[in-house]
Ligand binder design. Structure first.
Ligand SMILES: Cc1ncc(C[n+]2csc(CCOP(=O)(O)OP(=O)(O)O)c2C)c(N)n1
Length: 523
């Protein structure tokens, strides 16, 4: 885990993070020139997550990136031109212009499963990939990413439950970038650390500073090794920050400025440049050479994409259904006889060694919980955590505290015999985000009683107290059959109430018109 990186590995981490950033910056410019056809989701500030995690898997391993993991595609070997052409929907793109974002993969060589837009679905899919790899004797690890928002989907939990029960060699990176669209984590998840969700599935997890690329790399490498040794799956929560809106259309005005300022001071590339300089891993010349290499590559690939044609119209009808385009077959790395009958035959009856004590512990747990008696007893209350109690501090260097929060410390692998670069002493990092200072925006108090199905502004509140509102809400409930407050159900018909109670008209205009409406019939 704490094995020091070689100089080449260090420089590669920088190269891919910077390539990731420069590529996306160019795509933002292309978007503004109206040359990007699909959505563009920035990973600004999250480059260390994509690059650090993807660098920790091997060529044989499988990844399934999400929208903010362009860096992982680059590390796995996808050339920038594929990402340019894909977003510009060019005929030269991996999907030949049929998709405008990053819905493409490479099952044959690079072992990349295409993103699935339905958040969470990649978790059961990649669990399946991990299980298939084990079945075929490939000794591979499967890895995917999920956002903080995506960690609340059903598929997340179903998939993780399956992975845990099957002990699948599967690594799940929970990319906690603090926001799901405009919803902060604290408003959609009742736990502080998303890594805690692993506890429910009995799997190991850790928390890492997602802006420290070496920490991300080391932690993921360890998780991958654990999986390969048959001790998976593992969940890693990386704490980072989405430094732009959800996509290009979103200026993210709901994010407190202080939060951006805080995370800007922790920019992963700036931090890593300083690290490389302080530890004499590079000098100014090396940096400018790497930067020039990136610029040259992007110049060529961008030009290629811009010069590429759009797909011909008739192509829209082609490739809709698979007509044998996928030349994929199971690659057995073990004798097939091991997994086919009779070799695979098992005795299907379960055996209990010492029932009831051995009955999955249920009987013994019940016995001790009841103190040997059968009646129900109150479970012991856990002491409440005191407000203001110290929060767990994250450590930049996982060597110091590999599973940085509550998990058991794993065995330390032996250091490499001759490290190219001396290991860096662990340094404390500031708290990831001063959450205690995060003041929620003021919200109007929820009104008591039934809600009039319109706005919730002060005007609406005033309206709610009026007699018309009470009548109206009944009419809405029962539509035309509802009786107004005076019991005159026959004649009461509000005249286009929704229209009248518009922004311009407000409660007043509805009050007047609605109250007077005494027509016939319904709407
Ligand atoms: C099952 C599902 N629900 C809703 C959406 C729409 N959607 C796309 S991205 C997104 C926000 C995701 O937030 P998060 O998981 O935190 O990832 P981030 O965008 O921050 O990287 C939502 C709700 C979806 N794609 N899939």
């Amino acid at each position: 885990m704490s094995q020091p990186l070689t100089r080449e590995q260090h420089l590669n981490l920088y190269y891919y993070m910077q390539l990731n950033r420069q590529l996306e910056e160019r795509m933002v410019r292309l978007f503004r020139q109206n040359k990007i056809v699909g959505g563009l989701y920035s990973s600004l500030g999250q480059e260390a997550v994509s690059v650090g995690t993807a660098s920790a898997v091997e060529k044989r391993d499988w990844i399934a990136p999400m929208i903010r993991n362009i860096g992982a595609l680059l590390v796995k070997g996808v050339p920038p031109r594929d990402i340019f052409t894909q977003h510009m929907a060019k005929y030269t793109s991996p999907t030949k212009g049929k998709d405008g974002t990053s819905h493409f993969g490479d099952l044959k060589d690079l072992h990349i499963v295409s993103p699935i837009s339905m958040l969470g679905d990649l978790i059961p899919v990649m669990t399946g990939v991990a299980m298939a790899g084990r079945y075929l004797g490939q000794n591979i690890v499967a890895l995917t990413w999920i956002g903080d928002g995506g960690s609340s989907t059903g598929a997340f939990h179903e998939g993780l439950g399956l992975a845990a029960a099957q002990k699948a060699p599967f690594v799940l990176i929970v990319e906690n970038n603090q926001w799901a669209y405009s919803t902060p984590v604290s408003r959609q998840v009742p736990v502080k650390n998303l890594a805690d969700r692993a506890v429910a599935y009995g799997i190991q997890s850790s928390i890492v500073d997602g802006n420290d690329v070496v920490a991300v790399f080391n932690n993921t490498k360890y998780a991958v090794e654990e999986c390969r040794a048959g001790r998976g799956p593992r969940l890693i929560e990386v704490k980072t920050m989405r430094m732009r809106g959800h996509a290009q259309h979103d200026p993210a005005e709901y994010v407190p400025k202080e939060m951006f300022d805080f995370w800007k001071s922790r920019d992963p590339i700036v931090l890593y440049e300083k690290f490389l300089t302080d530890n004499k891993i590079w000098d100014a010349k090396t940096k400018s050479e790497l930067d020039a290499k990136i610029e040259k590559l992007l110049d060529v690939d961008q030009q290629f994409a811009e010069d590429s044609p759009m797909p011909p119209p008739e192509f829209a009808a082609e490739g809709v259904y698979c007509d044998g385009c996928h030349d994929i077959s199971a690659e057995f790395k073990r004798p097939m006889s091991e997994v086919t009958p009779p070799g695979s035959g098992i005795d299907i009856t379960y055996k209990l060694s010492d029932f009831p004590a051995g009955m999955g512990d249920a009987a013994s747990v019940l016995k001790s919980a009841n103190g040997g008696h059968s009646q129900h007893q109150k479970p012991q209350q856990k002491p409440q955590q005191q407000a203001g109690a110290p929060r767990p501090v994250l450590h930049a260097n996982p060597a110091r505290q590999p599973n940085t929060v509550q998990q058991a410390k794993p065995a330390q692998p032996q250091p490499a015999p001759r490290p190219a670069v001396a290991p860096v002493p662990p340094k404390p990092v500031p708290p990831i985000y001063p959450e205690d200072e995060f003041v929620e925006p003021e919200r109007a108090a929820e009104p008591e009683g039934p809600r009039v199905p319109f706005g919730r502004g002060p005007k609406d509140k005033a309206f709610r107290d009026t007699a018309e509102a009470k009548v109206y809400s009944r009419v809405q409930k029962g539509r035309n059959s509802a009786a107004p407050a005076n019991g005159n159900s026959k004649n009461f018909t509000p005249k286009s109430p929704a229209k009248n109670f518009s922004k311009s008209g407000g409660a007043k205009s509805f009050g007047k018109q609605g109250g007077k409406s005494q027509g016939k019939g319904g709407r």
